[in-house]
Design a binder for this molecule. Structure first.
Ligand code: GLN
Length: 535
C-alpha cells in the first residue's frame, strides 16, 4: 500500500498532548496490523535538544542510533514498542543547516536561496524520508509548537503543499483546547474556531479535530464546531482528561479515531484492533491495590518532565508488579548527612538520578551512603551510578576527596574520569557517548538475574566513565563491576552483591522501557523495593 501521511498540529495553547495523541493513534493502527512510525518536527533553531537545559525542554531522550531527541519520542516508543531514530526528530536548525550546507557546496548555483521553496522543500524531503523507505504504511508527523507561531510557518506551508500533492494520502489532525469557564459554568469553543481559522488562513483545512477538555463536551457543541470549521461531525472528537495517558488509545478508539483515519485515507480495513495486551496492562494498573513508594533523588524535582522516562519506567514496573507507584521526589540540594534519614524515611527503594555538573551532588552522596548502610534497594543511573562509585571510594575505600573529574579536575582519586575518546572533543553538541552499546553481564550477578541473560544492549549518554585503574580495589572491597562493554571493556554496571539490591548502570535503561516490554532491570528493582517493604 502507498504510504499515508498524518500530520498532527496543535492550537490555542501548548502542552495539550499532541505527543500522546500521535502515540495513541499509532498504537491503534499498529494493533490493526499496519506498520507505523511517528516523527516530530520541532520549530526551534537548536540542531537537537541535546544542549538544552531540562528547564527549557524537559528530558532529553536518546534513540538507539544515538540521537539526542525530544522527549515525545519517548512517548512514541513507550506506546508503539517500535524504535525511533535520528530521522524521527527534525528541528528547524537541522533543516537550515542542511540547506546552508547545500548552498555552500554549490548545489543551488545561481539561485537565490529562500524559505519557499528551499526550506520548505527540505522539510518536505524530511517528512517523506521514513515513508520512502517502504517500511511504513503510516507516517505520523507531529508539528511542535502551536499554530500561529512565527516559527511554525515554514512547516505549515510544507504541510499545505504536501496535502495538495498527496491528496487523500495525507490528512491533518488538529488538536485544540476547549476551556471551561467556571464563573459562567460553560465550555467555550471560540478559541478552537479561531485556531482552525488560523490554519485555514495558511491554506490548511484540518480533516479531524480533537478537542482537549476537562469536562464532557455535549454532542450539540461538537456539531457546532464541525459546522464552523468545515469538518464532518463524526470527525470532531473529544479528548477528556483521563487518570493515565495509557488510557488515551482506548478513549480515541471508542470515538472511532482509527476508523475515521482509515476511511479518510481510503485504506481498506476490517475488524477491530487487537488491544488485548494493552488492556491487560490497563487492567493490572486499575486493579493494583498496594502501593510501592520509590524516592527519586535529583536536582530537577520541581520539573515534571525532567525525568520523564524514569517516571514511566517505574510506573510500568510497578504495574507489572501489581502495585501502584508512589513516586516521591527528593531535591538533592536539600539532602545532607544530618537530615538524610528523615528525607528518605518511608521509601521502599531509591533512584539516584542521572545528570551533569556539581549542583546537588553532595545530597546524592548522602542518600547513597544512607541507603548502602541501611540496605535500602538503590538504583543509580548514569551520574547516579558514578555517584555510587565515588561514595564507595570515599567511605569504604577511604579515598578521601575521591571524585569524578567532571566535578573536580584536580581530585587526587579520579575514580570517575573523562573517557579517552572524549579528551580531544571541544564541541558540546552531539559529541557524548550516545546510543545503544552492548554490555556483557557477569553470570550470577544480580544484574544478570534481573535481565535473565548475560548479554544486553542499552542506551548511553555520557562523557565520563569508571576509571579502570581502581577496578581491583573496588572488587576487593565488595563493589563488583558486573557489566562491561565487550569491545572497550568500559564498566557499564556496578553492584554490591551482599546488599539486597544495590546496582548502578552507566547506561540509561529507562529509554528502552515500554508498556508492552518493560525494562527487566526496572522490574527487578521495583520488585526488590516491594520485598523490602514487606520485610
Ligand atoms: N555527567 C555524567 C557524564 O557525562 C553523567 C551523564 C548522565 O547522567 N547522563 O558522564
Amino acid at each position: 500500500m502507498e504510504t499515508k501521511y498524518i500530520f498532527v498540529t496543535g492550537g490555542v495553547v501548548s502542552s495539550l498532548g499532541k505527543g500522546i495523541i500521535s502515540s495513541s493513534l499509532a498504537r491503534l493502527l499498529l494493533s490493526r496490523g499496519f506498520r507505523v512510525t511517528i516523527q516530530k518536527f520541532d520549530p526551534y533553531i537548536n540542531i537537537d535538544p541535546g544542549t538544552l537545559n531540562p528547564y527549557e525542554h524537559g528530558e532529553c531522550y536518546v534513540t538507539v542510533d544515538g540521537h539526542e531527541a525530544d522527549l515525545d519520542l519517548g512517548h512514541y516508543e513507550r506506546f508503539t514498542n517500535v524504535h525511533t531514530s535520528r530521522a524521527n526528530n527534525i528541528t528547524t536548525g537541522r533543516i537550515y543547516q542542511s540547506v546552508i550546507d547545500k548552498e555552500r557546496r554549490g548545489d543551488y548555483l545561481g539561485k537565490t536561496v529562500q524559505i519557499v521553496p528551499h526550506i520548505t522543500d527540505e522539510i518536505k524531503r524530511n517528512v517523506k524520508l521514513l515513508g520512502n523507505t517502504g517500511k511504513y504504511d503510516f507516517v505520523i508527523t507531529e508539528i511542535g509548537g502551536t499554530v500561529g507561531d512565527i516559527e511554525s510557518l515554514p512547516f505549515l506551508e510544507s504541510m499545505r503543499q504536501l496535502k495538495w500533492e498527496l491528496g487523500s494520502n495525507c490528512i491533518c489532525i488538529h488538536l485544540t483546547y476547549v476551556p471551561f469557564i467556571k464563573a459562567a459554568k460553560e465550555l467555550k469553543t471560540k478559541p478552537t474556531q479561531h485556531s482552525v481559522k488560523q490554519l485555514q488562513e495558511v491554506g490548511i483545512q484540518p480533516d479531524i479535530l480533537i478537542l482537549r477538555t476537562e469536562k464532557d463536551i455535549p454532542v450539540s457543541m461538537r456539531r457546532k464546531v464541525a459546522l464552523f470549521c468545515n469538518v464532518s461531525p463524526d470527525a470532531v472528537i473529544q479528548s477528556i482528561d483521563v487518570p493515565s495517558i495509557y488510557e488515551v488509545p482506548l478513549t480515541m478508539h471508542e470515538q472511532h479515531l482509527d476508523e475515521i483515519i482509515l476511511r479518510k485515507t481510503n485504506t481498506p480495513y476490517e475488524g477491530e484492533p487487537d488491544m488485548s495486551r494493552w488492556t491487560e496492562f490497563l487492567d493490572k494498573m486499575q486493579c493494583a491495590e498496594k502501593t510501592v513508594t520509590i524516592g527519586l533523588v535529583g536536582k530537577y524535582v520541581e520539573l515534571q518532565d525532567a525525568y520523564k522516562s524514569i517516571n514511566e519506567s517505574l510506573f510500568q514496573a510497578a504495574t507489572y508488579n501489581n502495585h501502584k507507584l508512589n513516586l516521591v521526589y527528593i531535591h538533592s540540594e536539600k539532602v545532607d548527612d544530618d537530615n538524610v534519614a528523615e528525607k528518605l524515611a518511608g521509601l521502599d527503594g531509591v533512584i539516584i538520578a542521572p545528570g551533569f555538573g556539581q549542583r546537588g551532588i553532595d545530597g546524592k552522596f548522602s542518600a547513597i551512603k544512607y541507603c548502602r548502610e541501611h540496605d535500602v534497594p538503590t538504583f543509580g543511573i548514569c551520574l547516579g551510578m558514578q555517584c555510587m562509585v565515588i561514595e564507595f571510594a570515599r567511605n569504604v575505600l577511604g579515598l578521601k576527596d575521591a571524585n569524578s573529574t567532571e566535578m573536580n579536575p584536580q581530585t587526587p582519586y579520579n575514580v570517575i574520569d573523562l573517557m579517552e575518546e572524549q579528551k580531544s572533543i571541544s564541541n558540546m553538541g552531539g559529541t557524548m557517548r550516545l546510543g545503544a552499546y552492548d554490555c556483557v553481564l557477569r553470570d550470577g550477578s544480580k544484574a544478570a538475574q534481573a535481565y535473565g541473560t548475560t548479554f544486553v544492549s542499552e542506551r548511553h549518554r555520557h562523557r565520563f566513565e569508571f576509571n579502570e585503574e581502581y577496578r581491583k580495589a573496588f572488587e576487593a572491597a565488595g563493589m563488583q563491576c558486573v557489566g562491561e562493554n565487550p569491545d572497550t571493556h568500559l564498566v557499564e554496571v556496578v553492584e554490591i552483591p551482599k546488599l539486597k539490591w544495590f546496582i548502578g548502570t552507566q547506561y540509561h535503561p529507562e529509554y528502552s522501557s515500554t508498556v508492552l516490554s518493560p525494562n527487566p532491570i526496572f522490574l527487578s528493582f521495583v520488585k526488590a523495593a516491594i520485598d523490602n517493604a514487606k520485610a
